[in-house]
Write a protein that binds this ligand. Sequence first.
Ligand code: FMN
Ligand code: SF4
Length: 660
Amino acid sequence: MNPLDALWEPVRIGPVQTRNRIYLPAHQVSLPPPAYGAYLAERARGGVGLIVTHGFHVHPASARAGVSPWEPAWADAVQAFVQPSKRHGVPVFVQVTHMGASGTRRTDDIDHWGAVMAPSPLPSPVHRAMPKPMEEEDIREVIAGFAATCANVQAGGGDGVEIHGSHGYLVSNFLSPYWNRRDDAWGGDTERRARLALEIGKAVRQRCGSEFVVGIKLSLDEYLGEAGTTPRETVRVVQLLEQARLFDYVCLSHTDYHQNHKLVPPQSSGETAPLAAGAAPVRAALAGRIPLLIQGSVRSIEKAAEIVQRGQSDLVGLVRAHIADPEIVRKAQQGRAEETRRCVGANQGCWRRLGQNVSCTVNPVAGRELQFGAAVVIKPPAGARRVLVIGGGPAGLKFADTAAARGHRVTLWERSGQLGGQIRKAGLLPDYASWNFLVDDLEASVRRRGVEIVLHREATAAAVAAAGADEVVVATGARWQTGGRSMFRTDRDTMAGAELPHVMDVLSALDQLPVCGRRVLIVDDNGDYLPLGLARLLAATGREVTVVTADAMLGHKLEATLDWPWLMPRVTEAGVAMRASTRVDSIAPGHAILSSTLGGAAEALAADTVVLSMQRTSEDALYHQLSARGLPVRRIGDCVAPREVDDAVLEGFREAQATA
Ligand SMILES: Cc1cc2nc3c(=O)[nH]c(=O)nc-3n(C[C@H](O)[C@H](O)[C@H](O)COP(=O)(O)O)c2cc1C
Ligand code: SF4
């Protein structure tokens, strides 16, 4: 028996039947209804068994974000984002939510500026607003808002709703002994804390009837110790909810905003399906009467199958794996799993863009399904062109892959002996190996599509001209500057001493770790992981490493991707000394002169090697030479301006789509 077979069974959820056990859990993508409909439908077409939309607010005291789901007119929007997936035979449940203590004062919407509402006056670390403790009429209004919003979902053709009772939002605030300090009918013991969830369930059932799915998402553990919701408490709540016979399924998630790096853990966390083991007692409490859904860091179909086989859950959800490859299910079903485009787990296109329209580092079509759908625009053979791509980094690979998929005849020249460019260097850093997925998967894809790959090929203007391609695309990337120019030092263009032999750029240091001396000073201007990961590698060999930045904090870019709480303790544990608000005034043999941006006297720090992680310069000389010769040439990626890999992949895709 194929180990994946257990996944391809249908599951009954109330009146609805899913075609398999994989579902797409709720995730905010901030797309207008038609674009959202296309986004979801792409995943439906790709084989997923069930879709749960992202959360929609049930009351103005939660958030408006320009929409009012509690008003009847919203049913039209529901139809627009639900129907396209239903045409693929996939049921769609709509998540309904009130942000409770985790809400904002809605200062973006000045006409509805008001207090955050929660069971008790305790601020959440996300927006740090002190809530108004809800009074009876506030609670009644919110229950009515849930019922009205769910009725609109039903009117718009949604198959069901998922009441958001997790992540530090209102329903979970009421359920939690930490967030709910009331001693009235809505708090005090488990029964009273669960009352809001039950009253919402009743109100929704009254409005929507029994032929409509009503599920609830709960936090297994808030990670607040005995003060908050614990797995034991969740089992008690699940028993209460199940006995009430109001809900058709339970979905398990975890945490509130105190630990939200655990909600969407980056790949650097090393987390894999952290909820699976704890889910079994919850599933036992449901005793097979209603199904359990779990999700969270399930990164492969194989892992989902293992969870089902172990009886830990009835359905398993994959969010980021589906953003990265909407066809992950279909490919597994068809025995084409090796064609899956894997999520690199860096959270750059998805979580970091929360509140902006979604994107994805490895899948630039994500969020643009209305424009591009799954397929690229295929050229008829007569229109095929001979395209020469110079440079095998992410931009060049993505261009080559897309152009070849469109039917063009593509040749790729790469100067080094390996495809992947600087991403391969990121993949060398501790806990960053998953960056290799991006270039491994692109390389496998271009090879499958028959792109002619020529390694160790230095591209000169004469050689490119002689190749006689119909079109040339230059993707030669960028190099690290070695002069020490800093965006924090407008008073100078170079750093005194940067030309000394013991000073090198960050990539050279990564390439030549043994060359580094015993005491290494790393100077960072960018706030990314490269200098910190390098510091960990060097510290692991017994070197004394100090990382400094003139910025107010080190690794500031790691915050928005949720890497910070996972990685920074490991940098500390490695024994790396870190100093923010620190400038390097000059470098001399054996030491550097540092000063604080906050004032005080300059000081000397002993350093046998100084590594500069400063700015980069586009490698655009070849492009300009080819342009000057009048050749049909374009440039993409860092060769245009040094940016992030997301930009490079997007540009490679977009430019290949634009190829005549
Ligand atoms: C961009 C983004 C937005 C999210 N928005 C929601 C949401 O609206 N409601 C919700 O319950 N969970 C939300 N989540 C959490 C996901 O449901 C899920 O728990 C998380 O992504 C971990 O699953 P994964 O490892 O499969 O990505 C969001 C996650 C991401 C990445
Ligand atoms: S942006 Fe990154 S983490 Fe998010 S789905 Fe895409 S590859 Fe995965």
